[in-house]
Design a protein around this ligand. Structure first.
Ligand SMILES: [Zn+2]
Ligand SMILES: [Zn+2]
Length: 432
């Protein structure tokens, strides 16, 4: 078996790994790196050529797969750094995409939004496995920060592979049960490809329940407020959105979701029955403006959830703070950031600008009512011990993150010469 590290091995973003068995290639995730394209104003990815995106380092360089037969793309979950580049390559590869229903539905909507809509066969994964070429694929659901994330298990005649995708070991999520350790114990993989984003963090990542407690405690603290409350989080963080909606109702305020991506992710989760609570959702700019006029006159009646947790220029929150909507921020309004800043210079700068503008309007800025979706060191240790793979390949991170994962493997008794493979983008290696 040959293993290709194509993207996400020198950055957080544009994830892509591939396995080759008997001259057939299976791709694991195919994502985009957005901070490389959002630097310009009015960037519209749909209008950019794949060549241009490649030049910017926004999509993986697929040159090492040239001339090979691609039999399928498997997606671990629906975040853009895992599915955002599929629309650019699936036409060329002419292969099916395999994944669980929620990420596949997100992908379908992305494919439709392309300037030239793209089509490809999609196989929905449920409890049973699926065979493509020499690869038998199955999935084990795991907790992360978007519904229906999974470990991907690939059985081949040349050994078995476990690809974690992004994960954390959370025992208290409402939308996803903890991963099944009894299933993991049966796997006996030759190779483990493991998310390394937060391995540098000691201990364990706090549960989603902690974010819920932080949010509900803060909202209780201001429940007597007659001023504006605006909250923002990652649009795909459905469980968090759900928490905020519930708490708004308990406070006697009407929750409302403003912004295209927030409505898209929540609307789809609602349509698929992943969440049950219907709520007012407004996508279009003019309608948002009209609604915010009413909110501005009756601030005490609403809790507004907006896009723009990263300070993105065209997101609803940035437009509100720039007075491009009828909403006027004022003293005693609260703005809640239930999201971290994705650690790249662009996001850090945009978020800083946004927060500064809010503070200049004397608004209370409440940050970090948030927990990460990525496992910390002890959770990774638990996975490595449970699976006891022959070889570990760290993925999903800058080189320092991948090396920290190698350090952990060394602590667990792995030989750094031939049992831990730290790769860069574009490299490959042979096992078995
Ligand atoms: Zn990711
Ligand atoms: Zn993710």
């Amino acid at each position: 078996m040959k293993v290709y590290s194509l993207g996400g091995y020198e950055e957080v973003g544009r994830n892509m790994t591939a396995l080759e068995v008997k001259n057939k290639v299976l791709i694991l995730d195919l994502g985009i790196r957005l901070d490389r394209v959002m630097i310009g104003e009015d960037t519209n990815i749909q209008n950019m050529s794949t060549k241009e995106l490649d030049r910017l380092g926004a999509v993986p360089d697929i040159t090492p797969l040239k001339g090979k037969e691609i039999v399928g793309i498997v997606i671990s979950h629906g975040h853009l750094d895992h599915i955002g580049a599929i629309s650019r390559f699936v036409g060329k590869f002419k292969c099916p995409v395999v994944g669980r229903p929620y990420p596949l539905r997100l992908l379908s909507s992305m494919l439709k939004e392309e300037t030239t809509p793209v089509k490809c066969p999609m196989f929905e994964m449920h409890d049973s496995s699926i065979v493509i070429g020499d690869f038998e694929i199955s999935m084990i659901p795991v907790t992360h920060s978007i519904p229906q994330s999974s470990f991907v298990i690939i059985n081949t005649c040349e050994g078995n592979v476990v690809f974690t995708g992004d994960y954390k070991l959370d025992n208290h999520q409402e939308l996803q049960r903890p991963i099944s350790f009894s299933k993991l114990k049966k796997l006996d993989p030759k190779l483990l490809i493991i998310d390394s984003t937060n391995v540098i963090q000691e201990g364990i990542t706090p549960s989603e329940k902690v974010a819920k407690t932080l949010l509900t405690d803060y909202l209780k603290m201001i429940e007597d407020s007659r001023n504006g409350i605006v909250a923002t989080t990652f649009s795909s963080q459905i469980e968090r959105v759900f928490t905020i909606i519930n708490q708004a109702e308990k406070m006697g305020r009407k929750p409302v979701l403003l912004g295209k991506s927030l409505c898209k992710y929540y609307g789809l989760a609602l349509e698929m029955g992943l969440v049950k609570k219907n709520v007012q959702m407004i996508r279009k700019r003019e309608a948002i403006n009209a609604y915010l006029k009413d909110v501005n006159n009756n601030k005490k009646d609403y809790l507004v959830l907006t896009t723009g947790s990263q300070g993105e220029k065209e997101a609803v929150l940035s437009r509100m703070v720039d007075d491009k909507t009828p909403y006027k921020f004022e003293n005693r309004d609260s703005v809640i950031f239930s999201a971290s800043v994705i650690p790249n210079p662009l996001n850090k700068a945009s978020r800083y600008t946004l927060e500064t503008k809010l503070k200049m309007k004397n608004t209370s800025v409440v940050r970090d009512l948030h927990v990460s979706g990525h496992a910390s060191k002890e959770e990774h240790r638990k996975i490595i011990r449970t699976l006891s793979p022959e070889i570990v390949m760290p993925c999903h991170g800058y080189p320092d993150m991948l090396i920290s994962m190698a350090d952990l493997c060394y602590e667990e008794g792995y030989d750094l010469n031939d049992q831990v493979i730290v790769q860069r983008n574009g490299q490959s290696f042979q096992i078995g």
